[in-house]
Design a protein. Structure first.
Length: 94
């Protein structure tokens, strides 16, 4: 079993409240779970309305597959979520 984690640092420009932030982050987490089969959760900057730290984890029997899935998810975020700015992403095997 191979586990690969990705930590994303997101900025949420123009976000004025925590409620609005949740309205942007929750659909992202759901898409990461449903489309890419990742475990995903907001893990940091919980009280900041203008940013979030999100973790995604892929588990499979092939570490290269995990890397490809996480890279695909990052690419999808950059293309399909212009309301979120991907500031940084770290992918690492665990």
């Amino acid at each position: 079993m191979h586990i690969t984690a990705c930590v994303l640092e997101l900025e949420i420009p123009g976000c004025l409240s925590l409620k609005e932030k949740r309205g942007r982050i929750q659909p992202l987490l759901a898409k990461l779970r449903n489309r890419f089969g990742l475990a995903a959760a907001e893990i940091g900057r919980l009280d900041a309305r203008d940013g979030a730290t999100v973790a995604c984890v892929a588990v499979s029997n092939d570490p290269a597959h995990n890397e490809r899935v996480l890279q695909s998810a990052l690419h999808w975020i950059e293309i399909n979520r212009p309301d979120l700015e991907l500031r940084d992403a770290h992918i690492e095997p665990r």
